[in-house]
Each structure stands twice: as C-alpha cells, then as structure tokens.
Design a protein around this ligand. Structure first.
Ligand SMILES: [Zn+2]
Length: 140
C-alpha cells in the first residue's frame, strides 16, 4: 500500500534506525536483548528486563492478536481525512507475552474488530523514506 501523504513522518534516530531500515525492506524487526533474549518495543537504550545496553534488531513473524483497539471517527491530524474511521490497534506480537505494538488496522470494517483476533503485519509506504508497520486480519 502506498499513500501519498501529508501525514507526519517519523524521524529515525540512532536508537530506532534499525527498526525503520528493516521496514523499508518490508520486514518487521523488533529490538531484542543479546543478554537475556527479551524482545523490547518501543525501542529503548537499555533492556527493561536486565539493563543491558546490548540491544539488536531481530526480524519477527509479524503475527499477533488484537490486545486493544479504538476507532477514530475524526481525523487525528493533517493527512488523515481519507483514513477515518481509523482503527488504532494495540497488537500483542506472538513472539512474547505483552510484546505490544501500536499501529493501524486496515482491511476490516471497524465494527468487526474483536479483542483476540489474529492479525498480521502489512507495510504502508507513506513517503520516499518511510514505511510504517500496519496490520490487517490474518490471512486476508
Ligand atoms: Zn535483557
């Protein structure tokens, strides 16, 4: 999916550039601790499990379940007018309990979204340099 957009574009920094680089290659990678193997998202400078600074990005399956969601009926900012109603979803990735990621859920009627539903990552290119991780119903 490509959407020419006036939507805000994330600015990678040293801590997050591995996440964004991976997305440009259409792979979801999540920060993982080299010491205790815990996945960590959103990225941080140290592992919330053991405090190690040895964190790397590792590809994950992109599969998960709907942990929580809301439906925005009004555009949350510039560039979102054509996207409402917009499902904002918290996905629990299958790799680890409570490994949560906030994104949008596309490809489903907002009235049909259910907690626990299986979803899979999709990739939305919103600029020449930015690909966002989004989700859609699994197998859609
Ligand atoms: Zn750790």
């Amino acid at each position: 999916m490509t959407t020419a957009s006036t939507r805000p574009v994330p600015f990678p920094d040293d801590m997050t550039e591995g996440f964004w680089d991976s997305l440009r290659a259409r792979t979801l990678s999540i920060q993982r601790c080299a010491r205790c193997s815990r996945f960590n998202h959103a990225p941080s400078l140290t592992c919330p499990g053991c405090g190690s600074e040895d964190l790397r990005y590792e590809p994950v399956s992109g599969r998960g379940t709907v942990h929580s969601y809301t439906v925005l009926e009004d555009p949350p900012g510039p560039g979102f007018a054509t996207l409402v109603p917009l499902v904002v979803v918290v996905v629990e990735l299958v790799e680890q309990p409570r490994l949560l990621m906030v994104a949008n859920l596309f490809g489903i009627d907002p009235a049909e979204v259910r907690i626990g539903a299986e979803v899979e990552v999709s990739f939305e290119k919103i600029s020449e340099v930015c690909v966002l991780p989004q989700f859609r119903p699994a197998g859609a």
